[in-house]
Design a protein around this ligand. Structure first.
Ligand code: UDP
Length: 236
């Protein structure tokens, strides 16, 4: 497949057309942003690590029956994916309180939640990705009832699969964000990325943060944390 014009440039990735309208090429960048773009920086090799970690986890999920947009890793930073219409929702899954949940509800970071929490945000940078519930999603037609049911089911199953897989690598999956898309054929598939940019990963023994919180909170050792995730997942 041949790479054609750039379709889109986001905060962490660029998307290119190919000579086949059913496929796109995603190219991961080293640039990092936080707090809705207010904080900016570079994380050396982040693009390569997020591309490889995402693809590794997408292959694992696909093997377990979750449909994804992943097709083929083309290079350390570039991946061929199915072209989808992104459903304008950030689907957040939480196992342990952290980040905005801790802040909003006054729950100390690290508190184990009695049940998994599923949250949605409407993807809109100008509005700061406001949280929405099922009623908003249906009223605003961000997704249909059937699509929402499918998305919630996949998100909870993905949480089980990833939590189990990561536990064996001594990584605790605190929370994460997913995005879904719809293919030309109308199938809902997992899209976007699953990486230290979009998940909170803590070392299960030391509880050390191995994710973008090191960048958000200026904790230092950002590059090393990303590298450590790559090493534990892909053995290098
Ligand atoms: N997250 C993300 N993109 C966003 C917002 C959140 O990838 O725009 C991820 C974040 O990395 C964390 C989870 O979703 O793993 C929950 O994030 P939270 O709502 O606590 O927001 P934050 O504290 O990141 O602002």
């Amino acid at each position: 497949m041949e790479k054609r014009e750039q379709l889109y440039e986001g905060k962490a990735k660029k998307v290119f057309a190919t000579d086949d309208p059913k496929y796109c090429i995603v190219s991961y960048k080293d640039s990092a942003t936080a707090f809705n773009g207010l904080k900016k920086g570079e994380i050396h090799d982040k693009g390569m690590i997020n591309n490889r970690v995402t693809n590794h986890l997408m292959r694992l999920l696909a093997a377990a029956g979750i449909p994804t947009h992943y097709v083929e890793e083309l290079s350390p930073r570039e991946t061929l994916v199915k072209k989808v219409d992104i459903i304008p929702l950030e689907v957040i899954v939480r196992n342990i309180a952290a980040g905005s949940l801790s802040k909003r509800l006054g729950i100390p970071e690290g508190t184990k939640l009695k049940r998994t929490v599923l949250e949605y945000s409407y993807k809109n940078d100008d509005l700061g990705d406001p949280m929405v519930n099922d009623y908003h999603i249906l009223a605003m037609e961000y997704a249909t009832e059937e699509e929402l049911k499918t998305i919630a089911g996949y998100a909870l199953r993905i949480n089980e699969l990833l939590s189990d897989y990561l536990r064996d690598l001594h990584i605790e999956l605190i929370d994460f964000k997913l995005e879904f898309g719809k293919t030309a054929g109308g199938e809902i598939v997992l899209a976007d990325e699953i990486s230290p940019d979009t998940c909170r990963f803590w070392d299960s023994v030391t509880h050390k943060k191995l994710d973008k919180d090191r960048f958000r909170q200026d904790l230092g050792g950002v590059e090393d944390a990303y590298k450590e995730i790559l090493r534990r997942l892909l053995g290098e």
